[in-house]
Design a protein around this ligand. Structure first.
Ligand SMILES: *[C@@H]1O[C@H](CO)[C@@H](O)[C@H](O)[C@H]1NC(C)=O
Ligand SMILES: *[C@@H]1O[C@H](CO)[C@@H](O)[C@H](O)[C@H]1NC(C)=O
Length: 397
């Protein structure tokens, strides 16, 4: 009897391992900080080597600094050597489905779809809001992730995935990262590919950026705390958004309603018109002295040892969505500079045109932010994001 059953049990076990358990997820530790690093990034094993990638919920494609055979590449200097596709790697061709999906996921990709200079290759060009850009070709190589679920031990999974071999980046400069991890809602996004390979079952992304630097990122079904504030997710100009909101400073309305987008890559809230900057300046004018600091445009004179010591002088900010409120205490809109001055963690890009408020890294510190693409909702809750977990993914690199 036992002998007869064992192959069946063996098969069942195999099936159990292949099918994603209902609550599988991957969790990656984050490194970096708002200041001085300016990025939050994960280190992942791609094609057998580690690469540090800036996490970006505001874009779809993942790409790495890369040397592409037969092309003259202008790469930035990142922490690791540029990725080089090896002889065996699989190229993604212009006619492949992935390439068609990619060109749909890149909002301003020009026609014609196949790049004239190298018509067989799958070309991409991404222009980010901040003015930086990456250009190159899509390759297909392995990525290793450790999949976790409450009932099973963690297991290492290797999948093939499509990503950009970034051959021409602008501006050309040294960088603390080797590329970008695209966490947008597109088909070619990292999470959509993990889901397509059954590594995870649900397209849910969460990140917790620690105010002391570091934190963690998860994708899939992670245990979520109670009392999360959820807002329906809408789509606005390619971004994750809970919709329009009214900005309040110390309970007083500032300006008119604006669209709010969540973008983990943008360091600062942008596009908030100067009315709000003016109001903040006015509200602290009696107690703090303005100073010029090369790090950010609006600063007050320190030295301050921490934001905690000065935050009481600033009023809290809030974003009022339709019957939901996001509270932004001063520590989530202020930044301490290298010179120990305290500054508004806000930059206004002319491109954002004041039409949208980008909730970026400064504001998302010590906040667990969840992008639930299954139930089409965005959630947030305050949390201490400094993780003390021993995470296998990084040890195995
Ligand atoms: C990459 O190659 C693997 C293995 O041949 C294949 O299953 C997968 O679909 C390819 N992915 C892309 C994006 O081309
Ligand atoms: C990501 O891809 C989706 C689906 O094609 C698209 O709607 C969205 O605009 C893209 N997002 C960005 C930031 O390009």
């Amino acid at each position: 009897m036992a002998a007869m059953w064992s192959p069946i049990i063996g098969l069942l076990l195999l099936l159990l391992q292949l099918a994603p358990s209902s609550s599988s997820y991957i969790q990656l530790p984050l490194e970096g900080s708002v200041h001085p690093v300016g990025y939050f990034y994960v280190t992942m094993n791609i094609g057998g080597k580690p690469y540090s990638l800036d996490i970006d919920t505001g874009s779809n494609l993942t790409w790495l600094e890369c040397k592409y055979p037969g092309h003259q590449c202008n790469t930035c200097k990142g922490p690791h050597r540029p990725y080089e596709p090896n002889r065996h790697h699989k190229k993604v061709m212009c006619g492949d489905q992935f390439c068609t999906d990619l060109h749909k996921d890149l909002p301003h990709y020009p026609e014609p779809r196949c790049y004239t200079q190298h018509p067989h290759e799958c070309h991409y060009h991404i222009q980010y809001v901040g003015g930086t850009s990456s250009e190159g070709f899509i390759v297909n190589d392995t990525v290793s992730v450790d999949v976790l679920s409450p009932s099973l031990p963690s297991r290492r999974v290797q999948i093939f995935f499509g990503f950009g071999c970034g051959c021409n980046q602008k501006p050309l400069k040294d960088s603390p990262v080797d590329g970008v991890l695209g966490l947008g809602m597109g088909k070619v996004g990292f999470v959509a590919q993990l889901k397509a390979h059954n590594v995870i079952r649900k397209d849910i992304i969460g990140h917790c950026l620690s105010i002391d630097g570091g934190g963690y990122l998860f994708v899939g079904e992670h245990h979520l705390p109670d009392h999360i504030t959820w807002a329906p997710m809408r789509k606005y100009s390619h971004y994750y958004t809970p919709g329009p909101a009214q900005l309040l400073l110390g309970g007083e309305k500032i300006g008119s309603q604006k669209m709010v987008v969540f973008d983990s890559d943008k360091q600062d809230m942008q596009g908030i018109n100067s009315v709000w900057v003016f109001q903040v300046k006015r509200s602290v004018s009696g107690s703090l002295q303005r100073v010029t600091d090369h790090a950010l445009p609006v600063c007050w004179k320190g030295p301050f040892q921490s934001i905690q010591l000065v935050k009481r002088k600033f009023k809290p900010l809030a974003l009022e969505f339709t019957n939901k409120v996001m509270h932004i205490p001063p520590e989530n809109y202020l930044a301490l500079t290298g010179e120990k001055n305290v500054c508004l963690g806000i930059l206004q890009t002319p491109k954002a045109g004041g039409q949208m408020i980008i909730i970026g890294d400064v504001t998302m510190q010590d906040l667990l932010v969840i992008y639930d693409n299954e139930q089409k909702r965005v959630g947030w809750i305050s949390k201490q994001c400094k993780h003390t977990l021993e995470i296998p993914s990084i040890n195995a690199l």
